[in-house]
Design a protein around this ligand. Structure first.
Ligand SMILES: [Fe+2]
Ligand SMILES: [Fe+2]
Length: 433
């Protein structure tokens, strides 16, 4: 926290007054009392929540709230929530304050220090948990007919984008190795992460990624009122049931069109993520160039996540096999150009894939080499005689020189689980199960 920024002041929670603008509570998302990092104190409940979370001091922005503990408290109506357009940050602030201003509304272009996988994974874990919570909140709000906190969703997307700008593989690595939560909550996030990762690899700007990520995270909100019987049906849908499913893009747009913060392009993703370039999609059945690249990207991410996730009614494919399913749609439902980019983003053997090497060893892919998709970074799980290995160091298959090991096939991860080995443990050794 920047103590040298004149308008920021550390204030004891017991001295907080209504109307003060709390710029930061000094907590990560996991142990944070509010959905947003900054907030105007608009009721005593806001203060009680800080106390509940064991927070004793916070940073108050005097410029926003115009009140300090020295100012005698007077009951005043809470000022409106700070608008996204805050004044531009003065030069010379710390990186932490840059992050803070991002959360209060100023959204700069990205210039973030790259991180290693090990450095990035703990941040991804935190961002993932926070994002799931934010998606749960959105769904709960919609179900009760309330207003969605779009700013909280945008912050979630911003966390994803930041992570991908620092390290393009860490978020992807975590996506496919752990079953974090119910599909309904994890799916929007997974689709958003996959879309942003692809968009980043395609050279999109931060602003484009914000639209893409936001549209992707909201893409299925129109499904919220469809019955579970239809959504979880194991077999084929009847034509009547499919007609109901086909309404969800239009219903989604109806739910979201009143929100000024959602751009037409982001809304276009909600409407068009089931459109396909061969005209076989819905709701409009448009084709070719009429299908916006955002919709192609979100559509591929949607199919990939649906196919590779374990659902109530069927086992999910390994990422490798899910990519194969997607590949069958190349140049038909999805243009070759975008599909190839998707494969490039995820790798032939995406992180989490269990592979067999020509030495007889079994390994788990932990990171990609983008120039050499067939030669990723792996961690050995079993030696050539099938004996389990623990705490192995990562092996870069691209840096092995003369003694290079080669991937010869994919192993069903069930085989490992039956032996008591968790593939996820190898990708993210410090993560929880
Ligand atoms: Fe959908
Ligand atoms: Fe979906």
């Amino acid at each position: 926290m920047s103590k040298d920024k004149p308008n920021y002041k550390k204030v004891a929670v017991k001295d907080l007054r209504l109307g003060m603008f709390v710029a930061d509570v000094g907590r990560g998302w996991l142990r944070h009392p509010w959905p947003t990092r900054s907030k105007v104190i608009s009721s005593k409940a806001d203060i009680d929540r800080l106390v509940e979370f064991g927070i004793t001091h916070v940073i108050v922005d005097l410029e926003h709230g115009k009140k300090t503990p020295e100012t005698p408290p007077r009951p005043a109506p809470a000022p409106p929530r700070p608008k996204p357009a805050a004044p531009p940050p003065p030069a010379g602030e710390t990186a932490e304050i840059v992050g803070l201003e991002r959360r209060t509304g100023v959204r700069p272009e990205k210039n973030l220090e790259p991180t290693t996988m090990e450095e990035e994974l703990p941040r991804v874990r935190e961002a993932y948990s926070h994002a799931l919570q934010s998606i749960k909140d959105v769904m709960a709000r919609i179900e009760e007919g309330g207003k969605i906190d779009i700013e909280a969703v945008r912050e979630t997307v911003e966390d994803v984008i930041d992570s991908i700008f620092r390290n393009r593989d860490a978020f992807l690595a975590l996506l496919k190795i752990r079953v974090y939560d119910k599909y309904d909550f994890a799916h929007p996030l997974n689709v958003s992460v996959l879309s942003v990762a692809l968009g980043r690899n395609a050279g999109m700007t931060a602003e484009e990624l914000r639209e893409l990520g936001l549209g992707a995270i909201l893409h299925d909100v129109g499904k919220i009122h469809i019955s579970r019987k239809i959504l979880d049906k194991p077999g084929r849908l009847t034509p009547e049931e499919f007609e109901i499913i086909k309404q969800h893009p239009i219903n989604g747009v109806r739910m979201l069109k009143g929100y000024q913060e959602i751009s037409p392009a982001a809304l276009g993703i909600v409407l068009g993520h089931h459109e396909r370039i061969d005209g076989s999609g819905y709701p409009k059945g448009i084709s070719g160039n009429q299908v916006h690249p955002y919709n192609i990207i979100c559509g591929m991410a949607d199919v990939f996540d649906a196919v590779s996730t374990e659902r109530v009614y069927r086992k999910g494919f390994q990422p490798f096999a899910a990519l194969r399913v997607l590949f069958q749609m190349r140049d038909k439902q999805f243009s070759a150009k975008w599909l190839d980019r998707f494969v490039y983003t995820l790798g032939i053997y995406p992180p989490g894939t269990v592979v067999r090497l020509d030495t007889g060893e079994v390994a788990v892919v932990v990171a990609l080499n983008h120039g050499q998709l067939l030669r990723p970074m792996v961690r050995l799980v079993e030696d050539g005689q099938g004996r389990p290995l623990v705490r192995t160091r990562p092996v870069d298959l691209n840096q092995e020189g003369m003694s290079a090991r080669n991937i010869v096939g994919v192993v069903d991860e069930k085989e490992l689980r039956e032996k008591g080995l968790q593939p996820s443990r190898y990708v993210d050794p410090h993560g929880e199960e």
